[in-house]
Design a binder for this molecule. Structure first.
Ligand code: SR1
Ligand code: MG
Length: 394
């Protein structure tokens, strides 16, 4: 990987993206390159460059100095490109097959050039197409266990870990999460976005003091608990997958946060997908949750037993205690994610594409009910089977 510091920032176009590719000599001289901007996320430009002769491709991702979803009126730090490429490299140290390869980064241009994953499908779209993605949860369980354990104080010299906390300080992107995930959906503010038919359900949330107290505590933990390097936005749109492969992308929200945060977001997005399906087709999603947790605990335990630097990890009961706290936090974060994806600024296609309107509203009411229940009952839901029972009760 090369890092150049000399460029002056300007947004790429399809033409300048090709010119950059040629300059970096990422393809043979004989190649016939085409380029398409394919970014459909909320924040960045994404260029897919392909050699028409060999079909080989690369991706150039560039951060814009503002949030694309809102427009130029909302400036946003370019430093997120550094965070993203550094996080991908850190994750590649422990799960090299589960993240895209990086070929080049340029902090001044805020770009990351990486492996073309267009032979895979974004897992949200695949699940919406009714695909089962049989290895998704096995892979994500491993991704979570290894990326979290090996960046935590259990595995690292505390001075090294504190350096990493500094390196991954990501205040602007964390502020987006603090506002749009934890705060705004629970108050009557302009950024929220929901159908008028949901108003009674939404007002129930705004008036639910017990719910808001638990959300406040989850937010406080998000703000202060630097347990491990979390991905920070691990929804099913941040995962490319096929029948046999999984690649986790987009860690621009990465920072040192609670161990349960990513797990909860992944669970929530599986639950949201389940609401887009007929009841008889939901089991595969609950199985994915079960497998994710089983693989996470298996791999985390293996790492804890073999690679811990912290002497207290030998104390009986400590691992069980940590795992049960992680699960409780994950359930709480899952609940918050379900609520914000239903009534907050950023929605998910799983709910928004449900037709007709009455079915969509019903699914959203269920998402809000499950989300609230998970936040309030997170201490009582102690394993994936109980989560299934709670979710299925609505
Ligand atoms: C303004 S950004 C809104 C959302 O998009 C990202 O993917 C994150 O989920 C963020 O909360
Ligand atoms: Mg993203």
């Amino acid at each position: 990987m090369t890092v150049s510091k000399s460029s002056i920032y300007e947004p790429l176009t399809e033409n300048t993206a090709v010119a950059l590719t040629v300059r970096l000599q990422l393809f043979e001289d004989s190649s016939v390159l085409t380029c398409k901007e394919i970014g459909d996320g909320n924040l960045n430009l994404v260029f897919h460059i392909k050699d028409q002769l060999t079909n080989n491709g690369i991706i150039i991702k560039q951060a814009l100095p503002y949030a694309k979803v809102i427009g130029e009126s909302w400036p946003l730090t370019l430093d997120r490109a550094r965070i993203e490429s550094s996080a991908l490299l850190k994750q590649a140290e422990v799960v090299p097959t589960l993240v895209p390869k990086i070929f080049y980064t340029d902090e001044s241009l805020a770009i990351t050039v990486m492996e073309d994953l267009s032979h895979l499908q974004i897992s949200r779209a695949a699940l919406l197409d009714g695909k089962d993605l049989p290895l998704l949860s096995e892979h994500i369980g491993e991704f979570l266990a290894k990326t979290l354990f090996y960046t935590s104080d259990y595995a690292l010299d505390p001075r090294k870990k504190k350096q990493l906390v500094k390196q991954f300080s990501n205040p602007d992107l964390c502020k987006i999460t603090e506002d749009f995930v934890f705060t705004d959906p629970f108050f009557d503010v302009e950024s929220n976005n929901f159908e008028e038919e949901l108003r009674t359900d939404v007002e129930r949330i705004w008036n639910d003091t017990h719910l808001k107290l638990e959300v406040a505590k989850l937010k406080q933990k998000f703000l202060t608990s630097a347990e491990a390097l979390v991905h920070g936005d691990l929804h099913t749109g941040s995962i490319f997958a096929s029948e046999s492969k999984t690649k986790v992308i987009d860690p621009e929200f990465a920072y040192y946060g609670p161990l349960g945060f990513d797990i909860g977001h992944f669970f929530a997005n599986l639950l949201l997908n389940s609401l887009s399906r007929a009841e008889e087709n939901r089991e595969v999603l609950f199985k994915h949750i079960e497998t994710t947790w089983a693989v996470f605990t298996r791999e985390f335990t293996k790492a804890w037993e073999n690679d811990s630097l912290e002497v207290f990890t030998k104390v009986e009961g400590y691992l069980e205690d940590v795992l049960s706290q992680v699960f409780e936090d994950a359930i709480g974060y899952a609940g918050v994610e379900m609520i914000r994806r239903t009534i907050g600024l950023a929605h998910v296609a799983d709910l928004d594409t449900i037709e007709p309107l009455e079915r969509r509203i019903e699914a959203k009411q269920t998402a809000l009910a499950i989300g609230s229940e998970l936040v309030k009952k997170k201490k009582e839901i102690t394993d994936p089977n109980q989560l299934r029972s709670y979710a299925a009760a609505f």
